[in-house]
Ligand binder design. Structure first.
Ligand code: ATP
Ligand code: MG
Length: 422
């Protein structure tokens, strides 16, 4: 039997890859506008980084990591997300010492999680995300949210829902945590084994459980909003007023809890409201993580970020029937008639390509008719016809496929002719 692609992964073939390129270009452009710089970190890291940086009570760490020993007995993990690596790099490269603060970074790259594959859920997927490290200004929370929303909107998505919440600062979180423990402890036996171990380690995560979501204690659980101290409340209100002033609609949801262990203050998710989007409606999520840099061994530094997968973004575009303007055509196809013309066309194409125009010719020994068909399949903007006779006269026939116009030009002006017209 022939070898097949691993479960939960995909080949992105020509014809589709142009969509990816378009989306990636948009991401880079929007990051430029917001002054976030690209960072590229390794695909694998020491496993310890994710135990600390993602948190050992999370699904990611408990169930989803691709972990292995290399030949030198190092315990490594294919990165399941981007934040931990960026924080590691931030600390290792002492970016906190750079005069430009906050440190604003973005990444686009593959992540790996051992999950049950379904639409919008893969074992290898591409995340675009940003992190802003070193500022406690609620305006940066709003900026990060605005960037994520702007990304979707600039691609033409309209059916978006932004949900925000605050998990408060450490004091608020601790008060809430105690209340959650009191709430769940007496009946924790009725919950799944994951929730039972979450009770002591991080009871907040019980609220995020997919198995026990319908248990009656879930609906009556103490809400974080009741436990926010004055400072946290003011912070949360500030984020909201920035969003309002930017004209970004949002909903507050006191039950929104995010996966990572180190979130505090602002957390948010962006969902698709599009019909037919399927069971998974979350397009992206993010939040503030003021304890994370310290956890990874750096100085106490506030941070905030989000991540979105390109896969879910493309699904949302499909659900909203948005067609991306992707260029599939080439500038010129050279049809040759005769041996001399065929030989000469190699040099001719080389000249065109050198100036950055796209050009193609026949390499299959096709007859003229089949060459014209090929030009058509490539959606060539110009079709040049070169026969041995024309070559002798130093000329070439040009056909503009948009207007239908034809003319014979000097072969020496071939490149400049195309440059002026495409
Ligand atoms: P979910 O609840 O859907 O599992 P998550 O909380 O695990 O999401 P995050 O870790 O916050 O997701 O990742 C941020 C974003 O990355 C998600 O909102 C989603 O767009 C995307 N994402 C996460 N896991 C996958 C996956 N397996 N395949 C495709 N995209 C994913
Ligand atoms: Mg997940």
């Amino acid at each position: 039997m022939s070898i097949q692609i691993p479960r939960g992964t995909q080949d992105i073939l020509p014809g589709t890859v142009e969509l990816w390129q378009h989306v990636e270009e948009k991401a880079r452009a929007i990051c430029k506008a917001y002054n976030y710089k690209e960072i590229r970190t390794p695909i694998f890291e020491h496993t310890e980084l994710f135990l600390r940086g993602v948190g050992d009570t999370t699904d990611i760490v408990q169930k989803e990591m691709y972990t292995f020993n290399d030949r030198g007995e190092r315990n490594l993990t294919l990165r399941p997300e981007g934040t931990a690596s960026i924080v590691r790099s931030y600390v290792e490269n002492k970016m906190f010492g750079n005069p430009n603060q906050p440190t604003k970074l973005y990444y686009i790259g593959p992540m790996f999680r051992y999950e049950r594959p379904q639409a919008g859920r893969y074992r290898q997927f591409v995340q675009f995300g940003v992190e802003a490290l070193g500022s406690n200004d609620p305006a940066i929370d709003a900026e990060v949210i605005a960037l994520a929303m702007g990304m979707y909107q600039s691609l033409g998505l309209q059916k978006l829902k932004l949900v925000i919440n605050s998990l408060g600062d450490n004091e608020s979180r601790k008060a809430h945590r105690d209340a959650l423990m009191d709430h769940f402890a007496p009946r924790i036996g009725e919950f799944c084994s994951d929730c039972q171990s979450r009770l002591e380690k991080n009871p907040l995560r019980i609220l995020d459980c997919k198995k026990d979501r319908n248990h009656e204690l879930m609906a009556t659980a103490p809400s974080i909003v009741e436990y926010l101290n004055e400072e946290s409340k003011v912070y949360y209100e500030k984020v909201q007023s920035y969003l309002t002033s930017m004209g970004i609609p949002f909903e507050c949801d006191a039950n929104l809890v995010r996966g990572l262990d180190y979130y505090n203050h602002t957390v948010f998710e962006i969902m698709s409201d599009a019909e037919g989007f399927g069971a998974i409606t979350t397009l992206s999520g993010g939040g503030r993580y003021n304890g994370l840099v310290q956890e990874v061994g750096g100085p106490e530094t506030p941070g905030i970020g989000f991540a979105m997968s390109i896969e879910r973004l493309l699904l949302a575009l499909q659900a909203e029937k948005v067609e991306l303007p992707v260029e599939q055509s080439i500038d010129c196809f050279v049809v040759t008639l005769g041996e001399k013309a065929k030989d000469y066309s190699a040099k001719l194409l080389h000249d065109v390509r050198k100036v950055g125009l796209s050009a193609e010719k026949d390499y299959q020994d096709r007859k003229a008719k089949a060459q014209f068909k090929a030009a058509d399949r490539y959606s060539a903007k110009f079709v040049a016809v070169l026969g041995d006779d024309e070559l002798e006269r130093g000329s070439i026939n040009m056909k503009n496929m948009t207007t239908g116009e034809q003319e014979e030009i000097s072969i020496d002006s071939f490149v400049s002719y195309l440059q002026e017209r495409v």
